[in-house]
Design a protein around this ligand. Structure first.
Ligand SMILES: *[C@@H]1O[C@H](CO)[C@@H](O)[C@H](O)[C@H]1NC(C)=O
Ligand SMILES: *[C@@H]1O[C@H](CO)[C@@H](O)[C@H](O)[C@H]1NC(C)=O
Ligand SMILES: *[C@@H]1O[C@H](CO)[C@@H](O)[C@H](O)[C@H]1NC(C)=O
Ligand SMILES: *[C@@H]1O[C@H](CO)[C@@H](O)[C@H](O)[C@H]1NC(C)=O
Length: 457
């Protein structure tokens, strides 16, 4: 287990060593270099994990004050970062807490919290579990596999498919006594759509694909998802048989439908139908959340950032969309040219925004050149997701280079950080895990790039 006070000390010492200065300025980030992004990612992850420790409730690992799902989405983010960076110092705590929070029945519905949870809360833990499966995150011996936890979430949620109105859909809240029990929202339905699509691809079990299709079609029959303009409304209600709409625009709503469609494109072996949907959603996402007034290459939570009213949930959304855009670029290669510059743009901006106080605190307005004063777990997590999304597409580019140069060996990989082919690249600590995997892939002659970054069973 780990000890917060010692870890703060070592973080501080590390920061001192790295910068030579007690007060940090910008994090230097080269968005074309995995090494640079790895260092930046750790600079951002360290304070994130300190917030995580400080905000634990009643000593229960993974239960934070005033929220339950945020820890799950933080673990999802760490696992994705671990995969592309090889940095594993928080793996033990994430592994332990991700399993503990699965609860008594291993379904992320512990009786400690179940009486006040919404479908979207449980869904985020399910996405963390499928992320663990896809990345090959170490399993916990003697416990259910990550995949079986993700499946348990799916099984419970499809059991809650609501026929009282609107011909289906998932409600936001689970219990009649909660406000939101008659509301159907994009994150609950888009989240289950994404989880279904990822389970379909990972397990190759058609049941999940059928549900992904069904949730998409149902969503498109309501204002939640417009299948012509790809406008995603935030919510609609049973009372009006899902004809009304709450129209706030949120990055993560678009992200769930976008990523789910990308997984279905891959699962269906490049069905044109899903390509059309991916392209439509991607264009809508870019038009809304990469405003030209900020240069067009940095993501903004436009509904709350300009007026600084983002609540703790909203502070975290941009990180998810960053990683889900990266998955889209990997699974639907024709979108990579559009997505990659945006993810690099995010990193470039984070370099300046993550300059708060002495501990690389990140604010919420990625587009702003100096720290905006917001601090906490959620903004660190979002920034780590932003950096990770960039790393995912870079790693994918590297794998492609290998794929198209079958004769290359690990020391002669043309990387995207400007190394010339044939030049020996010194292997950095951060590269080792990656290099090792590359070698194994080369020896085994395993084709394909997606296989390593987003595994199937
Ligand atoms: C912990 O959570 C509370 C309640 O949301 C918040 O006010 C506080 O700032 C958090 N503390 C840290 C260190 O993140
Ligand atoms: C539920 O609460 C008990 C008692 O505080 C605790 O021991 C247990 O770890 C909690 N379980 C979860 C999943 O939070
Ligand atoms: C496919 O998944 C569904 C839903 O979890 C499950 O009921 C079914 O048994 C699975 N089928 C196979 C062949 O594993
Ligand atoms: C859009 O959704 C509606 C309602 O589900 C459906 O009837 C229509 O066929 C869909 N159009 C496309 C292009 O998928």
């Amino acid at each position: 287990m780990y000890c917060p006070s010692l870890r703060s000390l070592s973080t501080a010492a590390l920061l001192l060593l790295q910068s030579g200065l007690p007060v940090l300025a910008d994090i230097p980030i080269t968005p074309d270099s995995l090494d640079s992004l790895t260092t930046a990612g750790m600079d951002i992850a360290n304070p994130m994990m300190e917030f995580y420790e400080q905000n634990q409730t009643e000593g229960i690992p993974g239960k934070l004050t005033g929220t339950w799902y945020v820890a799950g989405s933080m673990m999802m983010t760490w696992i994705q970062f671990w995969q592309v960076s090889g940095k594993d110092q928080y793996n033990d705590v994430v592994k332990n807490d991700l399993m503990l929070q699965a609860g008594e029945n291993y379904d992320y519905f512990s009786q400690n919290y179940s009486q006040w949870l919404g479908n979207d809360d449980q869904m985020f833990w399910g996405l963390a579990a499928i992320t663990a499966s896809e990345t090959g995150f170490p399993e916990v011996s003697g416990k259910p596999s990550w995949t079986s936890l993700a499946r348990a979430v799916f099984n419970m949620q499809v059991g809650r498919w609501d026929h009282r109105a609107c011909n289906g859909g998932l409600t936001w809240q689970i219990w009649p006594y909660q406000a939101g029990y008659t509301m159907k929202n994009a994150i609950s339905n888009g989240g289950l759509f994404e989880l279904s699509a990822r389970l379909a691809r990972f397990t190759q079990n058609e049941t999940y694909a059928e549900w992904a299709d069904k949730i998409w079609d149902w969503s498109a029959s309501t204002p939640l998802l417009n299948n012509k303009t790809y406008y995603i409304a935030d919510s609609t209600s049973n009372e009006n048989n899902c004809k009304d709409a709450g129209n706030h625009q949120w990055t993560y709503n678009y992200g769930t439908y976008l990523a789910g469609a990308a997984f279905m494109y891959d699962y269906t072996n490049k069905d044109e139908k899903w390509l059309t949907r991916v392209n439509g959603l991607l264009d809508a996402t870019i038009a809304r959340f990469f405003p030209t007034k900020f240069g067009g290459t940095v993501m903004s939570e436009v509904a709350c950032e300009p007026v600084m009213t983002c609540d703790r949930n909203q502070l975290g959304f941009k990180g998810y969309l960053s990683m889900w855009m990266a998955m889209t670029a990997i699974l639907v290669p024709s979108t990579a040219d559009k997505i990659t510059p945006l993810l690099k743009g995010n990193s470039e901006h984070l370099s300046k925004q993550c300059s708060g106080l002495t501990d690389n605190l990140c604010g919420v307005r990625w587009y702003q050149d100096s720290w905006d004063g917001v601090q906490g777990l959620e903004v660190q997590m979002a920034a780590l997701g932003g950096i990770t999304g960039n790393m995912m597409v870079l790693k994918n580019e590297q794998m492609k280079t290998i794929k198209t140069n079958p004769g290359a060996d690990e020391n002669h990989i043309e990387t995207s950080d400007g190394d010339r082919p044939g030049e020996l690249k010194p292997i950095q600590t951060g590269d080792r895990a990656g290099a090792w995997i590359l070698t194994v892939l080369l020896i085994l002659g395993i084709p394909g790039t997606v296989g390593w970054l987003i595994k199937t069973q």
